[in-house]
Design a protein around this ligand. Sequence first.
Ligand code: TXA
Ligand code: MG
Length: 344
Amino acid sequence: MNTILLKNTPDDIKAAAKIIKDGGLVGMPTETVYGLAADALNGKAVAEIFKAKGRPMDNPLIVHIADFSDIQRFNLVSEIPNNAKILADRFWPGPLTIIMKKSAVIPDEVSAGLDTVAIRLPSHPAARELIRQSGTVLAAPSANLSGSPSPTSAAHVMKDMCGKINAVIDGGTSDVGVESTVITLASDIPRVLRPGGVTAEQLKEILGDVEIDSAVLNKLEDGQKAASPGMKYKHYAPKARVILLKCSDDEYINYVNKNSGKGVAALCCDEDIPLLNTQVFSLGRRNNYTAHAHRLFDELRKIDEHGDISVVYSRLPSVDGVGMAVYNRLIRAAGFEVIDLEKI
Ligand code: TXA
Ligand code: MG
């Protein structure tokens, strides 16, 4: 299949909408990461997403809407909980996905057999325009090959998906850089299943009681069921082995310098660069967690592109604010390999 690179123009978005209406797949820019979009109400089209990504069929997809009223217009859920309206008012359009009880309209391919559906209203104008022009709602996982770092540019999508999908719309670099926060309202107490651009602190401020699912920061025990199926897979990983160090800033520098050598790199902060005697990939200034989120996947991809790196040392991130999303992605990229230098 020839994959066309489209621009963020009215004519090109119209062309992309035609592809969606015909049951095809389009790489769609959003403010979090690029999505791989198909008509969410067309089970056959959605099944093609799983094939293109190599995604396990038991991992459900997020349904993207252009306006809050789309939930009712397309009859997506059995009931809109009051908390969904409160969250939508505050955080939509934006990087928050809300899980609710689904209606019969949602194809099994989207919900992967669950009785719930995940819904998000993205803020990227090209995404909203594509949804509107398509006259439907769009199922879209991140547009990477399953297991790889998520794409934050059209070039990343092309790298993973060229020849497998119909088109990609180039809408520039994704602002947030990590995927949306996923919160379920289908449990008694609202629960964060995946941290993202909207922080746990912000959610607690609005809803009061909010739980953080144990799989957000910890490895699932063998046999433990994942509330969010996506959490059970090794994820976001570059080909190089990522090792996280739990330690002070000084200890980090010392450890990496002591272990430096051929094929060793540091995924670090700007302040570390002059102190390290190894290949460096920086996430930005030390306490700028927003920058770390924005750059994380691009840096992980650069590590792969370098071609010669086999081990990458990074610090265990802070879990404050957007830091929790960076922590969640990095610990999966590392396959939960953490060295606690305080215990050595
Ligand atoms: O920012 C984002 O959310 C991006 C952009 C494209 O919108 N999309 C994205 O989709 O990250 P994906 O498929 O890569 O991640 C969706 C996550 C998965 O971990 C999946 O298991 C979970 O959401 N999920 C989807 N529907 C669910 C449901 N009904 N119940 C529990 N988890 C669900
Ligand atoms: Mg993904």
